[in-house]
Design a protein around this ligand. Sequence first.
Ligand code: NAP
Length: 291
Amino acid sequence: MNILDGKKTSNDIKNEIANEVVSLINLGMKKPHLAAILVGDNGASETYVNAKVKACERVGFDSTLIRLNDNITEDLLVEQIIKVNNNDSIDGLIVQLPLPKHIDEKKIINTISINKDVDGFHPLNIGNMTLNLPSFIPATPAGILELLLRYDIDTVGKNCVVLGRSHIVGLPISILMASNSKPGNSTVTIVHSKSKNIKDLCLKADILIVALGIANFITNDMVKEGVCIIDVGITRIKSDKTKSGWKLVGDVDFKSVSEKCSYITPVPGGVGPMTIAMLLKNTLLASKSKI
Ligand code: NAP
């Protein structure tokens, strides 16, 4: 069993990005600049946004964090986004999800300029990605592809089973794995909550990508020998073995399943760190596409 080490790989990518930033500056260009909008005081969102701001510092990007009240109106939020869209000093914009219930997420995502949509959630970016045209690829699927690429995992003609069909992970990664590109060219099955015989489907997987959000869903009897597993899930569960009283686990029962795997991502330290690295990569791309 080999570990697909997202922590190390994301560090390598951050070093590469930091070097590119130095080269840009040496050429007299400005630093890439990421803006993040955070609405309300959701603890998890706060943690994610802070990690993104910190990652910007690490690679030498500028960043702007725009904090807005929970009770901001949809119209005012749209106004803020348009301001960032029109600000030439900002290359990329993310709006941290989820948003408060009174705000229509689709409308907000549609308002972000597609040239600054470094999360890759805008329908035009998703459309371009689907057609294999230049686009921002959503960071988590992009991170999965990058891991497969850097570990030289053969995906051509393989049975890839994707569990989950969310717009941010399951759906885009299933499109990308099926597309005529590298990595890609897999034969893809998408599994969701209405799917039947999930165990049988999983047993056929050469590559299993799990993005459900259900702790330890995949057990040893659900996978075949030699499978490559990408575990996207992150769930916080209670633990009496840690100081904090909780720990993070994936959708895969790592202990029992890993012995059967050719490759597997750990949780934490697998897909999670890759997501931030790819957001930085998209921001660099956004800044360079203006040069
Ligand atoms: P989501 O929007 O909640 O989607 C979950 C998907 O799982 C849905 O498509 C749902 O099917 C399917 N599902 C739920 N229960 C199922 C069951 N019993 N059998 C089969 N399918 C089932 O989740 P998400 O945003 O994609 O996130 C998934 C997990 O990945 C979460 O733990 C999240 O925290 C984690 N995540 C991690 C990263 C990272 O950077 N590592 C990034 C994003 C998300 P339906 O469509 O039929 O409802």
